[in-house]
Design a protein around this ligand. Structure first.
Ligand code: FAD
Ligand code: SF4
Ligand code: SF4
Length: 418
């Protein structure tokens, strides 16, 4: 089996997720995160990498290194799909304005506010809207409730969230991260190698993540209004929020607003995604202290609701923080179970059960093999029939035979993202 040898191989084979960790850990290579085909951020070194730089990247890149929480002595309480679930619940932020403005029920932001208020951490590292790019997000250090409230909502674009993480560690203060599962995988990889990261990163929160799509859904949004995504730039763009899911709104330079629905954005488009999202062994935040997502039956919103989250506390500290938020009446929680998670996140169950077959197809087709470990992929795969496994393997193989490595391809694990 072939191993990844270079940063170029990660990108060219479609395993990059645009997190920017390589830029952080090889600072002298002056890696720039540039917008590549289909709107995804990709690393571009400004000179040839030294051997030790490449080695450090190959050992930490979360595109090809994901270590889950499952181990040989995994407890019987672990669910093969959802990992260790110390508490499963559905709920929402008690602050009505936050609940309305946020992506779903506002729980991610409410937890971040609680972490600051209780002094557990000095700041949260998370993605905020890029003031210069209506579609973009940037990593930022958020120290106040106001900064956290300005960052809420889901922005379906890569954000190079780890590109400045060593500068953030240089601040020498305890902090939390609130990011996508693959970003959290990068944080965990860094913590395995860097004592400072182990000491200072005190809490990790992730959303369930259905993919970072390419710009095709945005192109379709404008085309349906006889406009052009590339020429007709809005001054601001909101995918969702201000309701649940809330309207999609592009604010145009003349002050007018183009409004659509969440279902329009994802269902009326041949939306496409980066290849690595189809090979995501942990898109549900298995490694995070708390993982949070949407709470729609079958994962499809039917009109608007008041905003609910489904969530899992995976770790002891995750449970402690969750219970503390509830006791402080900052979030409302109703206990739920694995069956509920499976019902509201069916696309993630499908992805976890098919992952081993998809990875087998990549190996069959001669791709270098990523290190996806301690993720219980075999047990997930056992839930499928032999025919289902065969179909999943053939689907990925066919895609690769058509030469679709890092090119966007139609999603095959659901017709929507959360
Ligand atoms: C790319 C993406 C895919 C998703 N796919 C699913 C899915 O398949 N199933 C599901 O149930 N939920 C999915 N979600 C999560 C869902 O949209 C909500 O974010 C989640 O339910 C939390 O809601 P909230 O109201 O608590 O979040 P809020 O309180 O609004 O907080 C949102 C948090 O997300 C962060 N964030 C926003 N955009 C990005 C980004 N591009 N990169 C990193 N962090 C970001 C914000 O900084 C903030 O910390 C996805 C979110 C994203 C960004
Ligand atoms: S996934 Fe992150 S660390 Fe890996 S190559 Fe892409 S940007 Fe760099
Ligand atoms: S699906 Fe996985 S790889 Fe893709 S953005 Fe989400 S967490 Fe990252």
């Amino acid at each position: 089996m072939r191993q990844f040898q270079t940063l170029g191989e990660i990108v060219d084979n479609g395993f990059c997720i645009g997190c920017g960790l390589c830029k952080a850990i090889a600072p002298n290579a002056a890696i720039e995160m540039r917008e590549a085909a289909h709107g995804h951020l990709r690393p571009a070194p400004t000179r040839l990498l030294e051997k030790d730089e490449e080695k450090a990247i190959l050992g930490s890149c979360p595109g090809i290194n994901v270590t889950g929480p499952f181990s040989a002595d995994t407890k019987p309480g672990f669910d093969a799909i959802w990992g260790e679930c110390r508490r499963i619940a559905r709920g929402y932020a008690q602050d009505k304005a936050l609940r309305f403005a946020a992506s779903s029920g506002g729980i991610m932001t409410a937890i971040n506010i609680h972490l600051l208020k209780t002094g557990r951490v000095n700041f949260i590292l998370q993605a905020i809207p890029d003031p210069e790019n209506p579609y973009g997000s940037l990593p930022a250090v958020c120290r106040t409730e106001e900064e956290l409230l300005a960052a809420n909502g889901s922005r379906y674009a890569s954000a190079a969230t780890l590109s400045s993480i060593l500068d953030v560690l240089d601040l020498g203060e305890p902090f939390a991260v609130s990011l996508k599962p693959c970003d959290v995988a990068g944080v965990k990889n860094l913590q395995r190698k860097d004592a400072r990261a182990r000491d200072l990163i005190r809490f990790t929160q992730a959303m369930f993540c259905g993919t970072v799509p390419s710009i095709s859904s945005l192109e379709g949004f404008y085309e349906r209004r006889n406009l052009n995504y590339h020429k007709d730039r809005p001054t601001a763009f909101r995918w969702r929020g201000m309701g649940c899911p809330g309207p999609t709104v592009a604010t145009m330079p003349d002050g007018s607003a183009l409004e659509g629905t969440y279902n329009e954005l994802w269902d009326e488009n041949p939306w496409t995604t980066q290849f690595r999202c189809k090979l995501c062994p942990d898109a549900i935040g298995l490694q995070a202290d708390i993982a949070v997502g949407d709470d729609w039956a079958g994962a499809v919103p039917v009109g608007e609701d008041e905003g609910w989250n489904a969530l899992v506390a995976h770790t002891e500290i995750g449970l402690e923080v969750l219970n503390s938020c509830e006791a402080a009446a900052e979030i409302a929680l109703y206990d739920a179970d694995i069956e509920h998670l499976n019902n509201v996140q069916p696309h993630h169950v499908k992805m976890r059960t098919e992952m081993q077959s998809r990875l087998n197809a990549c190996a069959d087709e001669g791709l270098p093999v990523p290190k996806f470990e301690a993720l219980d992929l075999a047990a997930c795969s056992d839930r499928l029939t032999p025919n289902e496994r065969k179909r999943a393997r053939q689907g990925t193989a066919a895609r690769l035979q058509r030469g679709q490595g890092d090119s966007d391809t139609m999603t095959d694990y659901g017709s929507f993202v959360g």
